[in-house]
Write a protein that binds this ligand. Structure first.
Ligand SMILES: [Fe+2]
Length: 270
């Protein structure tokens, strides 16, 4: 994919989201949030791609995936007023549908088109299918890492503002109740070093811990390193209940993160 093709996609994307804006910053809050998220995921994926030594062609392909991965968020929010896939629709499948209907990828090389559609359709899955090519799995993992890095930042920032100034945005909380306690299943999975299942999330604390468990679902060292350098786990700790159980879980996640960075970081990056 050349520079021109990426620019064309970018122009198409700008036109596409314009239709979802009312022109009032308050009403457009969640549309702007996803627009800005998209821009940051593009940056994250470019940075990760460079750290991993991808060539220009591969970086542009990854960037196209980042640009288009959340297209479905806009009609999802316009139709259902929520970002909860459980309560509305699979937003990744909707992104793919929008892309196919629009024909915007039709001029691309068929292999690239296929990779873009697949990486997007897999970006929000609990896990990746095993019967895909290494190339497809590589880009899918890259997109998932870049996406998580930014969602983490958005939510940690939000939880902090929520505690300090009482700012609320129910769409970011997936309409979950903010009640005391943590689900047994969530604690069990975290203690076993597993990703928390969305189906076990009953309240906001569970959801915050599900995000912390993304440590187990990060693929590449630049993402692991970014989580440590940005202090995401310390920031998560600050917005969780002050209990010994939570301390234990966060310590465990931190140890796991350090261990993976130690084993996966190329020696000349340390
Ligand atoms: Fe998404």
């Amino acid at each position: 994919m050349d520079e021109g093709a990426v620019k064309e996609l970018y122009c198409w994307f700008s036109d596409y989201i314009r239709a979802f804006k009312a022109g009032d910053p308050e009403k457009d809050e969640n549309i702007l949030l996803k627009e800005e998220h998209t821009a940051r995921v593009r940056q994250e994926i470019r940075d990760m791609g460079e750290s991993l030594g991808l060539d220009g062609e591969e970086i542009r392909l990854a960037e196209a995936m980042a640009l288009l991965h959340d297209l479905g968020r806009f009609p999802q929010y316009a139709t259902y007023g929520t970002f909860s896939d459980r309560r509305s629709c699979d937003h990744a499948a909707l992104s793919v549908e929008v892309l196919i209907d629009s024909g915007v990828l039709d001029a691309l090389d068929p292999e690239e088109r296929e990779l873009i559609l697949k990486a997007i359709s897999y970006h929000n899955r609990a896990s990746l299918p095993e019967d895909e090519s290494e190339r497809c799995l590589f880009f899918s993992r890259l997109l998932r890492d870049a996406d998580k890095l930014d969602i983490w930042a958005i939510l940690l920032d939000y939880y902090r503002r929520r505690e300090v100034v009482g700012y609320r945005n129910l769409a970011l909380e997936l309409d979950l109740p903010d009640e005391a306690g943590i689900s047994e299943e969530v604690l069990r999975d975290l203690s076993a070093g597993k990703i928390v299942k969305l189906s076990d999330v009953k309240r906001l604390n569970d959801f915050k811990l599900l995000q912390a468990s993304w440590i187990f679902d990060l693929n590449y060292w630049p993402a692991l390193l970014a989580v440590r350098e940005r202090g995401y786990l310390d920031r998560a700790r600050e917005v969780l209940p002050r209990t010994e159980e939570v301390d234990r879980i966060i310590d465990l996640l931190r140890a796991r993160l350090d261990e993976r960075i130690r084993s996966e970081l190329p020696s000349d990056e340390g």
